[in-house]
Design a protein around this ligand. Structure first.
Ligand SMILES: *[C@@H]1O[C@H](CO)[C@@H](O)[C@H](O)[C@H]1NC(C)=O
Ligand SMILES: *[C@@H]1O[C@H](CO)[C@@H](O)[C@H](O)[C@H]1NC(C)=O
Ligand SMILES: *[C@@H]1O[C@H](CO)[C@@H](O)[C@H](O)[C@H]1NC(C)=O
Ligand SMILES: *[C@@H]1O[C@H](CO)[C@@H](O)[C@H](O)[C@H]1NC(C)=O
Ligand SMILES: *[C@@H]1O[C@H](CO)[C@@H](O)[C@H](O)[C@H]1NC(C)=O
Ligand SMILES: *[C@@H]1O[C@H](CO)[C@@H](O)[C@H](O)[C@H]1NC(C)=O
Ligand SMILES: *[C@@H]1O[C@H](CO)[C@@H](O)[C@H](O)[C@H]1NC(C)=O
Ligand SMILES: *[C@@H]1O[C@H](CO)[C@@H](O)[C@H](O)[C@H]1NC(C)=O
Ligand SMILES: *[C@@H]1O[C@H](CO)[C@@H](O)[C@H](O)[C@H]1NC(C)=O
Ligand SMILES: *[C@@H]1O[C@H](CO)[C@@H](O)[C@H](O)[C@H]1NC(C)=O
Ligand SMILES: *[C@@H]1O[C@H](CO)[C@@H](O)[C@H](O)[C@H]1NC(C)=O
Length: 597
């Protein structure tokens, strides 16, 4: 075997000292040396992730700079801490929107680094840095953090962990500002989905590691049997609970959809190559019993596959990793006893390493000191996995299909009445992997369907939340060993993140549709640890529509240059319904009136 597309992954996200494989690494080519023409006055390049604008009220924000820090050699050091206090001199202390803004600049040569921002141990942002160039780069991430309202109204400690390594080769230092913008309420009573669901939690409990630590506050899941537990206690008068899970995957699992079946690894004597097949499931348990799962979106970080693909349009979710909500209300009855309980995290088939933590959002009954409840039923289908393969030697096709369903119900009695909550998660996964040219070429076509629904019924109304997600991942890569310590690689990639949401309360209903698709084509020549030649081109089509906002962006880049960039809000009703139709073909939803259920 000359060279393969599934070499040992070289990652500096958490390994130190830096370990470089002698073998070429297709999906994690190390650093890119500068491939753009530079002059003394070349301005920094602005990198960005395509996403919809945050809908802001028409008020002047009160802004608090909560952290200014230069992340130099921070690997293995404690997170950077800063005192946080809500704004005091603001004309109003009633806010419609709260936005976290991360801005950073960097110059030189550096890997992509995963980082997290926590407030009182509650994670607010999981992200990845952009890879700099010699002339410098800058980027901004804005995240709507209004759902952390209760937490943001009190003095707290902010923690940021960004493990960076700086030496003669990796010279990039990240200069960072973290600002929080508070937008006073406009006194307009706009109905949005947040209002439908009783706004924000009254209390948010961190399900993360406690400080002090020389690391991020996330738990590290290192293999398929590793389970990480966190003890917690909740107030006696909670009536609703939602666990928001943060997930990122690294090192041997950074490109888990491309990981090889163990059989194939053993048969072909590929020991050390990332294995365990291409299926992963994050399992969340409460006191040992499964409460939900996450089949995560396949985020590709800014140095992944071919770093030239992500300059300046970064991969979907790489600057603001998606989080996943699991409804815990059906289980509240079992933890409303004032005692300590534990959440557990594990990852089916995991290889080193997954970073996972969570935030427990709790709604408290202000009219009573004690609520009570009972867990009623649970129906968990076992993971149904089918694997079909036909490899001979290094060539072959592997088809992996998995389904799973988790349904839970329970009631909680509070001053809001006796509310019966049913939550359902339905998953469907398929991965078709083709290994060709004696292992030099790999084609992976993966699709995840991830449906969540919650129905809560009290004597006077029914509340429901539905989210249908479709995550697609395609890669074609072809590697050629040049026999002199260098290799070339051609890689095409497609990432798709689609979500349709319908929230309703009684006869009112709100829906949104997101369709976000990225295509990339890259080629490069890698020598030692550097990409010495190459080209990356990326096209992205983003379409979003809900009852208030319609937004699209159609953007394309090649060789560091934006080729076209069209965006707009102009979206007539008919366009909106066309968007619905497009998604509708992928998700044959039950026909339903947008405003009535
Ligand atoms: C990319 O652009 C640079 C100029 O910045 C140019 O020198 C180089 O030839 C281009 N590369 C390709 C593959 O087109
Ligand atoms: C919160 O922090 C601010 C700024 O440090 C301080 O002035 C204020 O007294 C603190 N408030 C409380 C309740 O500790
Ligand atoms: C951070 O804020 C300071 C003060 O406003 C400003 O001088 C600096 O350029 C900012 N840095 C970044 C990375 O935005
Ligand atoms: C899995 O990881 C845990 C935690 O690092 C470790 O204690 C355990 O030995 C590992 N198990 C295997 C089978 O490698
Ligand atoms: C497997 O590969 C290793 C290292 O490449 C080699 O030393 C060993 O002889 C190989 N074993 C077989 C059975 O081919
Ligand atoms: C495996 O099956 C696929 C069709 O499913 C076929 O195209 C391919 O040639 C087969 N590969 C081998 C090595 O037999
Ligand atoms: C998700 O919901 C859609 C629309 O109801 C349905 O067509 C699809 O089969 C569901 N997927 C799973 C895995 O249940
Ligand atoms: C899962 O997807 C397959 C197609 O890949 C389809 O045949 C099957 O019906 C789906 N199952 C569910 C539960 O949606
Ligand atoms: C694997 O497929 C390639 C073409 O993709 C062919 O040249 C090679 O002979 C095949 N190897 C084996 C062992 O069948
Ligand atoms: C190595 O091979 C590549 C591809 O043939 C070639 O471009 C490069 O110049 C060679 N490098 C050396 C040092 O021979
Ligand atoms: C990869 O992308 C290039 C450029 O668009 C295209 O010419 C080629 O056919 C693609 N290859 C595959 C296998 O998708």
């Amino acid at each position: 075997m000359a060279s393969t597309v599934f070499s040992v992954v070289v990652v500096l996200l958490s390994s130190f000292p830096a370990i470089f494989s002698a073998k070429p690494s297709t999906f994690r080519p190390p650093l890119t040396s500068d491939l753009i023409a530079t002059t003394k006055n070349t301005p920094p390049t602005t990198y960005f992730e395509v996403t919809k604008p945050i809908q802001l009220p028409n008020t002047k924000p009160c802004s608090v700079l909560v952290l200014r820090h230069d992340f130099g050699y921070t690997y293995g050091s404690p997170p950077v801490l800063a005192p946080y206090a809500p704004p005091t001199n603001c004309p109003s202390s009633n806010f419609d929107k709260i936005v976290l803004e991360w801005t950073a600049t960097c110059k030189g040569r550096q890997f992509d680094r995963i980082f997290g921002v926590w407030l009182a141990g509650v994670e607010l942002l999981r992200s990845c840095t952009a890879e700099p160039t010699a002339t410098g780069i800058e980027w901004t991430v804005k995240k709507d953090i209004t759902r952390y309202y209760s937490l943001l109204m009190k003095n707290q400690t902010l923690a940021v962990y960004l493990g960076n390594i700086v030496d003669d080769t990796y010279t990039g230092v990240y200069h960072v500002n973290v600002t929080i913008h508070f937008y006073p309420a406009e006194n307009k009573n706009i109905l949005n989905s947040d209002h439908l669901h009783n706004q924000w939690a009254d209390l948010i409990i961190p399900i993360s590691r406690n400080l002090p630590l020389n690391d991020g506050l996330w738990f590290e899941i290192k293999n398929s049997t590793d389970v990480k537990l966190k003890h917690f206690k909740i107030p006696l008068n909670a009536y609703r609970a939602v666990l928001e899970v943060y997930v990122s995957f690294h090192e041997n699992d950074e490109f888990w959809p491309t990981n090889l079946p163990n059989d194939y690894v053993l048969h072909n004597n590929l020991t050390g190559y990332p294995g365990n097949g291409p299926f992963r499931e994050v399992v969340v348990s409460l006191d040992g019993g499964v409460v939900g799962a996450v089949w995560p979106f396949t985020v590709v970080y800014t140095g992944g596959v071919n770093p030239l693909l992500w300059r300046p349009i970064t991969g979907i979710g790489s600057f603001d990793l998606p989080t996943y909500d699991i409804e815990i209300t059906p289980f509240l009855g079992t933890i409303l006893d004032g005692k300590s309980h534990d959440f557990g995290f594990s990852v089916t088939n995991a290889l080193n390493v997954w970073y996972i933590d969570a935030n427990l959002h709790l709604w408290l009954d202000e009219k009573s000191k004690k609520t009570n409840g009972r867990f009623l039923t649970q129906n968990i289908s076992p993971l149904h996995v089918s694997l079909v393969s036909n490899y001979t030697g290094l060539n072959g096709t592997f088809v992996t299909k998995v389904t799973r369903s988790i349904k839970s119900s329970g009631w909680v009695q509070s001053s809001h009445g006796k509310i019966v909550t049913k939550s359902t998660q339905d998953f469907n996964y398929s991965n078709i992997m083709v290994m060709a040219q004696n292992g030099d070429a790999q084609i992976v076509n993966q699709m995840i369907e991830f449906n969540d629904s919650v129905y809560a019924k009290n004597p006077s109304s029914v509340l429901s939340k539905e989210s249908l997600k479709l995550f697609s991942f395609y890669i074609y890569s072809d590697t050629e060993d040049k026999g002199n310590g260098s290799y070339s690689e051609v890689a095409n990639i497609t990432l798709g993140f689609n979500e349709k949401k319908v929230d309703s309360l009684g006869s009112k209903s709100l829906s949104s549709v997101l369709e976000n698709l990225q295509n990339g084509q890259g080629s490069m020549l890698v020598k030692g640890n550097l990409v010495v030649r190459g080209l990356g081109s990326t096209q992205q089509m983003y379409k979003y529509g809900d009852d208030d906002l319609c937004y699209f962006r159609d953007v394309s880049s090649s060789n560091y240059t934006i080729l076209y960039d069209k965006q707009g809000h102009t979206c007539s009703k008919s366009k909106k319904s066309r968007l619905d139709l497009v998604i509708g073909t992928q998700w044959p939803l039950h026909a339903r009136d947008r405003h009535a259920i």
